[in-house]
Design a protein. Structure first.
Length: 727
């Protein structure tokens, strides 16, 4: 019996010794944190005092879930470990594998799918002995259709002994990481910031140039900070000594002497990737790196929509264009169109059809013109959207004067002739077709800033697509807007049902003058927000001088032509009415659009707690407050209607107070690149846009709630009253 007990004690002691000798990375089971299996491993079971070994955080993710690189891009958070116990060892920073681009609509993020291993160094102290236990909490943001912050309690142990013993169980994890870590650049890199918007990253390196000997699928530079914009395509030029990439300047503040660091990744057609870790100092493009364009397309920007999705966008644009006819900013011009159709009652079908076709051509031409301008500005690195024409003081003043003159025409102070919307006698003499065309152009020009239902998403997502796609969608917007009148013109029987022309039409024509005068007043108020009281004054002076010129030039009731002196004075008055407003407004239009402007229609209301900025939102979120953001402009009539009917209503303000909601304003009356970029992040090309961050949302975690472009008190109250997980 005694012999049996001795053997039993020996077996127990041996098992105890084995259990103490094995590190926790072998003994402890990995942690299932929800969407990823998390583990902390070491590459050695036993290490000697004073040696250096490696540890690693490993994440095995569910299918199609992803986590982020150390610079997540436009959104996201990188993984980290909050160490609880390091047993006195010195722990290094993560070594990050080459990331992958992760485009999400208008955003560009950087990260990893399926698996991630983040190795780091562990320096064992000279005085270490026994078992060293490392423990901490792994924190990371993991995303699929939604983003979820997850954490896991992790630990690993290393036995300090007299010899180094590797950990075979963790070898595959470190091999995975080592195969994907970027190599150091042996050559040199320079960043040329001489151009205002487009920078040139020039890299001269033999190993890098050798990577281009095969068929290259993509090249992308992943910056470690936010000096450049993340979504744009990075075009590549190459030469015998290296390559040069075109990068778009970001909005982050930096010193001209600051280096640009990051990883340059190259992928071939077989999916093999190689990366070079580099730091570019300020300098010129190297000779032999900028000779010919590399014939490849980076798959990193926003992915192609696909045929079905693109057809859906086209249909949304068509429907959105049709709904645009009901938006407040378009209605005054449509009064003119209605009057012109009434004038066609009783005419032959061909003339009615021609009128409708030219009107449609004018609308579509204007929208396609917008698309061309937006595409060109986007290619130059600018952030613009629908309504950009009303961010230029001289254009707003010109539209106000045009509306005023058209109103005078409607009242009968003068006649253009056969064309209701002709410009000058030349158009008048050529008949009503050009008048119809100009009516379409004017309706589209004034109506485009109203980003109604279906238009915001259709235009916003396509600001990241190819130029042909942009133009096709803008053409569909124009077709949709012109569709109601086109249908009316192609079915002349509908026009024949309208009342016959008569004296009543003259009274109706005069009535339509007053909406035009109101539109002119609205445009003058927009001009005041853009350029101040002086701009309003000179424009009003111009209107008076133009009216005076018309009075001098137009024959009186007797039909007799005015004398030479009267006509000469009329021409002088007309020139004064045009030149006096134009000269200062041209100077104002050329000034920096980033100057701060206080909108009299938006900023002086009690519901707003300040101006929007990303930093302000993060600060309020850190304080645990809910945030409602109003992206608006004084020239956006839809925005002002939403304010009057919803945001300024007593019940909505009460809901804001009850739920401790901080309301911020992002005023886009004048161009602001930060606001333009934020609109693009949420798939919008213009205002209005309404965002709500419920109380308790994690900073940089989940996306805010996007409200409809046409607000109602019940919808706003429902959103701000909902729980964070239901908002």
């Amino acid at each position: 019996m005694k012999q049996f007990l001795n053997r039993l004690y020996s077996v127990f002691g041996f098992c105890l010794f084995l259990s103490l000798s094995l590190p926790v990375s072998v003994r402890a089971a990995p942690v299932d944190a929800g969407q990823a299996i998390v583990d902390l491993v070491t590459d050695h079971q036993i290490a000697t005092p004073g040696s250096q070994i490696r540890g690693a955080l490993t994440l095995d993710m569910e299918d199609h879930w992803h986590v982020y690189w150390k610079n997540p891009g436009d959104s996201g958070l990188p993984a980290e470990i909050d160490w609880l116990d390091t047993a006195g060892v010195e722990i290094g920073e993560f070594a990050w594998p080459i990331p992958h681009p992760q485009p999400i609509e208008t955003l560009m993020n950087y990260g990893y799918e399926d698996k991630l291993v983040l190795p780091f160094t562990i320096n064992i102290p000279e005085t270490a002995s026994g078992m060293l236990r490392l423990s901490g909490i792994a924190n990371y943001l993991i995303c699929k259709d939604v983003c979820i912050p997850e954490s896991a309690n992790i630990s690993a142990s290393v036995l300090v002994g007299t010899e180094m013993v590797e950990n075979d169980l963790s070898k595959s994890a470190f091999e995975w990481a080592d195969a994907r870590l970027p190599m150091a650049l042996d050559g040199k890199a320079a960043i040329d910031r001489s151009a205002d918007a487009i920078w040139k990253l020039s890299v001269e390196d033999a190993a890098l140039r050798a990577a281009f000997s095969g068929e290259v699928k993509s090249v992308r530079f992943f910056p470690t900070d936010h000096q450049i914009l993340h979504p744009p395509v990075q075009t590549v030029m190459m030469g015998d000594k290296g390559i040069t990439l075109s990068l778009q300047k970001g909005e982050s503040e930096f010193d001209a002497a600051d280096p640009l660091s990051g990883v340059l990744a190259i992928e071939d057609i077989n999916g093999n990737r190689v990366g070079f870790e580099l730091t570019a100092t300020s300098g010129s493009v190297f000779a032999g790196t900028n000779d010919t364009a590399l014939n490849m397309s980076d798959a990193a920007p926003a992915a192609d929509l696909g045929v079905i999705a693109f057809v859906g966008v086209l249909l949304a644009a068509l429907l959105g264009g049709a709904i645009l006819n009901l938006m407040p900013c378009v209605l005054p011009v449509l009064f003119i169109k209605v009057q012109s159709f009434l004038a066609l009652s009783g005419h032959e079908s061909a003339k009615i059809r021609s009128h409708g076709l030219f009107y449609m051509l004018g609308v579509v031409t204007c929208f396609v013109g917008f698309g061309i301008i937006l595409a060109m500005l986007r290619s130059a690195g600018e952030q613009v959207g629908l309504g950009f024409q009303l961010q230029v003081p001289i254009i707003v003043a010109g539209l106000a004067l045009l509306m005023f003159v058209l109103g005078l025409n409607m009242l009968g102070m003068f006649e253009f002739g056969g064309s209701m919307m002709g410009v000058g006698s030349g158009l008048a003499e050529k008949g009503g077709a050009q008048g119809a065309f100009f009516t379409g152009v004017l309706a589209a020009f004034v109506g485009a800033p109203c980003v109604g239902p279906f238009i915001g998403g259709a235009t916003g997502i396509l600001l990241t697509q190819s130029i042909p796609a942009i133009l096709l969608v803008f053409a569909c917007l124009g077709l949709g807007m012109a569709l109601p009148f086109a249908v009316l013109s192609f079915f002349p029987g509908l026009v024949k049902l309208l009342p016959k022309p008569g004296q009543w039409m003259q009274r109706l024509k005069q009535f339509f003058a007053f909406p035009l005068f109101l539109t002119a007043i609205w445009l003058i108020s927009v001009l005041g927000d853009l350029a101040g009281q002086f701009a309003m004054t000179v424009t009003a002076f111009g209107a008076v001088m133009i009216a005076f010129a018309i009075w001098l030039l137009v024959p009186d009731g007797s039909g007799e032509r005015k004398g030479l002196i009267s006509r000469g004075a009329g021409v002088v008055a007309l020139l004064i009415g045009i030149v006096v407003p134009a000269v200062p407004l041209l100077a104002l239009s050329g000034a920096s659009s980033s100057a701060s402007v206080s909108s009299t229609t938006t900023a002086k209301t009690e519901i707003y707690d300040g101006e929007w900025s990303p930093e302000r939102v993060k600060q309020l979120q850190s304080e645990g407050k809910a945030v409602f953001i109003d992206f608006t402009a004084s020239w956006c009539v839809t925005c002002q209607v939403n304010k009057a009917t919803t945001l300024h209503s007593a019940q909505v303000q009460k809901a804001f107070d009850e739920h401790n909601v901080v309301v911020l304003i992002a005023d886009w009356t004048r161009r602001d690149k930060k606001i333009g970029e934020e609109l693009a992040r949420h798939g919008r090309a213009g205002v209005p846009l309404y965002l709500f961050y419920p109380q308790g949302y994690p900073q940089g975690g989940e996306a805010p709630v996007v409200l409809p472009q046409l607000l109602s008190p019940s919808k706003v109250i429902e959103v701000v009253s909902a729980k964070p997980d239901k908002a």
